[in-house]
Design a binder for this molecule. Sequence first.
Ligand SMILES: C[S@@+](CC[C@H](N)C(=O)[O-])C[C@H]1O[C@@H](n2cnc3c(N)ncnc32)[C@H](O)[C@@H]1O
Length: 256
Amino acid sequence: MRHILIIGIGAGNPEHMTVQAINALNRADVLFIPTKGAKKTELAEVRREICGRYVTRSDSRTVEFAVPVRQTEGRSYSQSVDDWHASIAATYETLLASELADGQAGAFLVWGDPMLYDSTIRIVERVKARGQVAFDFEVVPGITSLQALCASHRIPLNLVGKPVEITTGRRLAESFPQKSETAVVMLDGEQAFRNIDDPDAEIYWGAYLGTPDEIVISGRLAEVKEDILEARAAARERMGWIMDIYLLRKGADFED
Ligand SMILES: C[S@@+](CC[C@H](N)C(=O)[O-])C[C@H]1O[C@@H](n2cnc3c(N)ncnc32)[C@H](O)[C@@H]1O
């Protein structure tokens, strides 16, 4: 039986690696590293640096693989994601069958934590259900970009006794500020915060968190909105890609 380790590696700073994650890395015979295309070589670089820094056994090896690109043309959002997962599952299946011998362990190094806006777990489940390669798997938690954001801004995530919504740019309009007083937005390619028009809203924004390029801006949304849009556009132009996350808040502790 092969064994798969799905390891959360943190959100950009190699020091996010937990002791559990480092020990898991060293249990793997093969380390699978996704390369996501030329513009995000920095992300593959963080994974390589983590392996270089923490892998102490000399007999494991690294296998880099290209992640299939999501096709959107002529498909609904769900169909497009489902097709994408199917093609990643086929890639994983080939990797497991060709790179791992029976009895060996392989590790997938997952950005942040595998439970948060990441499909590695569901894709591995999918490969398992196909029944072509026999394996079991375990999940090792990691530091998320959400934790990195709150730490960099030195803020608690929730207001006292209040809930939090984690959502995407596409769905922000459905939640904040009508439904939730704290909304965390990830995967926002459209800067949905620009459409929030509430004089009491505050924003805590961060890009490239945990990396040497980290940028953070916070303040009353109406006052810093333009600064964030400008900083984001300039960074994206300079780097060729961007990864950002933000928290929107309305209200205060002990306020009903
Ligand atoms: C596919 S999700 C992966 C989230 C990851 N599993 C986690 O635990 O943070 C990618 C999104 O996470 C956020 N993100 C991840 N790393 C980040 C970082 N270092 N700085 C800012 N945002 C980040 C961005 O919103 C990005 O669009």
